[in-house]
Design a binder for this molecule. Structure first.
Ligand code: NAG
Ligand code: NAG
Ligand code: NAG
Ligand code: NAG
Ligand code: NAG
Ligand code: NAG
Ligand code: NAG
Ligand code: NAG
Ligand code: NAG
Ligand code: NAG
Ligand code: NAG
Length: 632
């Protein structure tokens, strides 16, 4: 640490203005641990073991977080009768005097998170009973069990927001929240819930429910029509089945089932306004091909669900019937990343006319026929990266309908050809990633203007010219050789990534058209040695790592670079003349993996070398030098 070794007086002088600004209260002679602003008393982080006395009687907000308070005695708030908010999170609170709130008729918000209320929950519950106006209650992180929670929440009829996250709840039933008729938001994340039985049925105003990070095995007979956000991510859910007999419109807008064990697309309500459906990190696949009962006569076609008390909740799902997906007509986002989808059932995509974001990263798609799938015109983002695509088909008219498509990620597939004019036909496309496929760049004469209109025709190269909307292009690991001249003419790229093409041959002429627009150029691991960077005045970020460079290209010095990655080259030094030119402009510089002689290394005046203890001996190469200049 740079602070070590500074003389103490100097340190104090340097910090004094800041210190006095942050801690004015401590410097006052009366030594109050609290800071007052209007009717708020901020007494957090003050090693208090009780509520401070002597605050103005009329305070409305009292903050006592991060202190050492173990009990709140009956009379400790009696002077502060205007109190609306009390926050006493992260103390050592075990119990609250049963008469604590006798003089707090206006209290609306109480935060007791991160304490030890499991110790004195019974007495605490008596205190809570007297809070007839409480709207917001945070009891998270208090080691509360199911029973303790239901004792604490008895008769809390005015509560609207309740946080019980990070407790020890195992199961919930109708008695758990029996009195909370006004509840709107309930946070139950990070408990150990494995069963929920009719516990929300009477919460008619509940709009937001968070069940994330529990152990729920399924959610069946879901019929909370009033709920707007349901977060059941990070459980062990194998089945999500809404009650599809309900004809009302469910208000559900966001359903998060990320990181569960779903094998089937969830069985959603028959009528809903669902906009955001998060299903990433499951095992979802489609099974339309199994619906053929002639081929599989003995397969079971439905499942029934029982709960743990043996009380059958007679929920039946017809397994291979894809019409049971429910209402997905309002979907804006469908995230199926990290599943096992090999194809879309017939007509599935066209059930989602409002879809703007379709995330299919890391699935098993082999073929994508955009003509067949009829992707909606509102589609903005399409991510099919890291699948097993060998074919992508599209005719000109289906591409033209994708007039809003702006982000397309096809990286990490097995594509060897694409419709040559694929991207020229997408009028709003602004970011494309086709890294790690084997698709080339068409030279002028091939697939260029001459061939116009051939959007559907497969070609081993893609045309990147005259795509006026395109800004970001990623072509890493595409096995590129010599770049054709004027490869990107008419395409105002700001960001071009060509890294990991070890055979790349790039002449200034092939990308000179970009000199007025290019901000970032990625040439890591491309065999680049003597490229002339001087025309690229707008370049701010350059990656020339892993190129066996023995010296810094002189043409760099005239650029206004902010980020420069020089890692894993063969630089032995950066001469101080060069360093002095670069250092004032650079914000970030990566140098490790070179064979520096550390004694000659000079990062420039305003920079800080994070070299650790390495390289203090002259001549010793230090591979791990990382040198970041700090903003002066
Ligand atoms: C809760 O309210 C009901 C009805 O107002 C009352 O009968 C009951 O005693 C109350 N429970 C507690 C623990 O105060
Ligand atoms: C509930 O409390 C937890 C932990 O204290 C916190 O992370 C979470 O944001 C809170 N929930 C809400 C809805 O404020
Ligand atoms: C669901 O809860 C998890 C955990 O708190 C959170 O990371 C995630 O963003 C939430 N999902 C949505 C859609 O808000
Ligand atoms: C279906 O089950 C019946 C009775 O168990 C059996 O005789 C028949 O061979 C099975 N059919 C197939 C295709 O497995
Ligand atoms: C199942 O539970 C419901 C209430 O949830 C109850 O009315 C019914 O009697 C129970 N049935 C059996 C067979 O236990
Ligand atoms: C479950 O549903 C089936 C078919 O709808 C019906 O025959 C059966 O009696 C039901 N079982 C119970 C326990 O309600
Ligand atoms: C793509 O789908 C369209 C429409 O169904 C069809 O006419 C065309 O033959 C398909 N293309 C391929 C290569 O399968
Ligand atoms: C693109 O989206 C806008 C609304 O955001 C819509 O009005 C327009 O019709 C869409 N374009 C196409 C080609 O569907
Ligand atoms: C495309 O997807 C890959 C793999 O999922 C990801 O690493 C990459 O960052 C994405 N590209 C862009 C431009 O977002
Ligand atoms: C780009 O478009 C311009 C006019 O829009 C045209 O003259 C030129 O030939 C096109 N160039 C290429 C390489 O397609
Ligand atoms: C530079 O490119 C290499 C790939 O050759 C990559 O591993 C590295 O992360 C890139 N550097 C930065 C700063 O993004």
């Amino acid at each position: 640490m740079p602070i070590h070794g500074l003389p103490t007086t100097l340190l104090c002088l340097a910090l004094w203005p800041l210190w006095s600004l942050l801690m004015p209260a401590l410097c006052h002679p009366d030594h109050s641990p609290c800071r007052l602003t209007q009717k708020t008393a901020l007494c957090s982080d003050s090693e208090l073991s009780s509520v401070p006395e002597g605050l103005p009687d009329n305070i409305e907000d009292l903050h006592l977080n991060h202190n050492h308070i173990q009990t709140l005695q009956d009379d400790s708030l009696s002077r502060y009768i205007s109190l609306r908010t009390l926050s006493c999170a992260d103390n050592r609170l075990e119990t609250v005097g049963s008469k604590l709130f006798h003089n707090s008729p206006h209290l609306e918000s109480l935060n007791l998170a991160a304490n030890k209320l499991h110790v004195g929950y019974q007495q605490t519950s008596l205190a809570l009973l007297t809070l007839s106006r409480l709207r917001v209650l945070d009891l998270s992180e208090n080691q509360l069990t199911d029973n303790m929670a239901s004792v604490l929440l008895q008769n809390m009829t005015s509560l609207e927001y309740l946080n019980l996250s990070r407790n020890l709840l195992l199961r919930l039933d109708e008695s758990s929240f029996g009195d909370l008729h006004q509840l709107r938001e309930l946070d139950l994340q990070r408990n150990m819930l494995f069963e929920i039985d009719a516990s929300f049925d009477h919460l008619h105003k509940l709009q937001r429910l968070n069940l994330a990070f529990n152990y729920l095995p399924c959610l069946v007979d879901f019929h909370m029509t009033q709920l707007v956000v349901l977060n059941a991510s990070h459980n062990s859910i194998e089945w999500f089945i809404a009650n599809q007999d309900r004809q009302e419109v469910f208000k559900l807008e966001t359903l998060d089932l990320t990181d569960n064990n779903l094998l089937f697309f969830p069985f959603l309500p028959t009528h809903s306004r669902l906009r955001n459906l998060h299903l990433s990190q499951n095992r979802v696949s489609f099974y339309e091909h199994l619906a053929d009962t002639a081929a599989y006569p003995n397969w079971t076609t439905s499942v029934q669900f029982y709960n743990l008390r043996g009380n059958m909740s007679n929920v039946t799902a017809k397994l291979w019937d894809e019409s049971l997906h429910g209402d997905i007509s309002s979907l804006d986002l469908l995230d199926l990343s990290g599943n096992q989808v090999g194809y879309f059932p017939q007509g599935f995509i066209s059930k989602m006319p409002s879809l703007a974001r379709l995330r299919m990263r890391t699935n098993c798609l082999e073929v994508l026929n955009l003509t067949l799938e009829k992707l909606p015109g509102l589609l903005y983002e399409l991510d099919v990266s890291n699948n097993m695509l060998t074919e992508l088909h599209a005719d000109q008219s289906s591409l033209r309908k994708l007039g809003n498509l702006s982000y397309l990620n096809l990286s990490q597939n097995d594509l060897q050809s694409l419709p040559a004019q694929l991207f020229s036909s997408l009028t709003s496309i602004s970011s494309v990633d086709i890294s790690y496929n084997r698709v080339g760049i068409c030279p002028l004469e091939e697939g260029g203007v001459g061939m116009g209109g051939g959007g559907g025709k497969q070609s081993a190269c893609v045309v990147w010219r005259n795509i006026t909307s395109l800004r970001h292009l990623h072509l890493s690991g595409c096995n590129l050789g010599r770049l054709p001249s004027s490869a990107f003419v008419g395409t105002p790229l700001t960001h071009l990534e060509l890294s990991n093409n070890p055979e790349l041959i790039i002449g200034t002429r092939s990308i000179v058209g970009l000199s007025r627009t290019l901000h970032h150029l990625g040439l890591g691991n491309t065999g680049t040695r003597d490229f002339n960077f001087s025309p690229f005045h707008h370049l701010r970020s350059l990656n020339i790592s892993r190129n066996s460079l023995t010296q810094l290209p002189a043409s760099l010095l005239h650029l206004e670079l902010r980020l420069l990655d020089l890692r894993d080259n063969r630089l032995t030094t950066v001469p101080s003349a060069q360093a002095n030119v670069l250092a004032p402009k650079l914000h970030t510089l990566f140098l490790n993996g070179n064979t520096f002689n550390c004694c000659q290394l000079d990062c420039g005046v305003s920079s800080e070398c994070l070299a650790g203890s390495a390289g203090s001996q002259s001549g010793r190469p230090c591979g791990a030098v990382e040198c970041r200049t700090t903003v002066a």
